[in-house]
Design a protein around this ligand. Structure first.
Ligand SMILES: CC(C)(COP(=O)(O)OP(=O)(O)OC[C@H]1O[C@@H](n2cnc3c(N)ncnc32)[C@H](O)[C@@H]1OP(=O)(O)O)[C@@H](O)C(=O)NCCC(=O)NCCSC(=O)Cc1ccccc1
Length: 151
């Protein structure tokens, strides 16, 4: 397998690589719960997931952590698409509103994230939105990310 030099890729190049070429057996939270990276543009990302019985909370609906994980991921990746090669980042804060419960057999949940602001040390994103298969909004979110630019 050819080694990939992540430090030489811009955030957008890295996200496009992750969408297109990342080996399916690479360990990640995305692989564990089945997140698909559907679209990546500068300042924008879209991801989806198929609901499964193991997502159940004790109330018999999809656990809120699934939407939170998707929304955290999609907004952070949207931020990442704006960063130069070698920059790192992390989520500082995440706020999720759960608008509708998601049934375990709901099917595919799609999410989108859009960047609002990218500064030297802080980035914010919103329009972290999650929709069910009928197009109904099930959750929305905002985030603040910390950026570590290369020295
Ligand atoms: C019900 C409410 C909280 C408030 O709704 P409002 O905004 O005041 O009402 P609105 O009239 O605008 O209707 C909006 C939609 O809600 C539906 N609906 C309304 N009332 C009821 C009702 N009484 N019963 C059933 N459904 C009701 C209504 O039909 C409509 O849908 P539709 O347009 O027909 O398709 C809603 O926002 C919601 O379900 N959020 C998701 C919460 C969620 O899933 N959290 C994550 C899981 S928690 C977790 O995992 C943590 C945990 C771990 C371990 C153990 C335990 C927990």
């Amino acid at each position: 397998m050819t080694a990939v030099d992540f430090t030489s890729m811009s955030g957008l190049e890295l996200m496009r690589w992750a969408q297109r070429d990342r080996p399916a057996d690479t360990s990640s939270i995305g692989r564990l719960i089945g997140i698909t990276m559907d679209e990546v543009e500068k300042g924008y990302a879209a991801m989806s997931i198929r609901t499964q019985p193991d997502f159940s909370n004790p109330l018999g609906q999809v656990h809120g952590g699934i939407a939170a994980t998707l929304l955290d991921s999609v907004m952070a990746c949207a931020v990442h698409t704006t960063l130069p090669a070698g920059a790192r980042y992390t989520t500082l804060e995440l706020k999720v509103n759960y608008i509708r419960s998601v049934a375990l057999d709901a099917g595919r949940i799609t999410t989108e994230g859009r960047v609002i602001h990218v500064g030297r040390t802080v980035a914010t994103a919103d329009e972290g939105k999650a929709f069910d298969e009928s197009g109904k909004l099930v959750a929305h979110a905002t985030t603040t990310c910390m950026i570590f630019l290369p020295r």
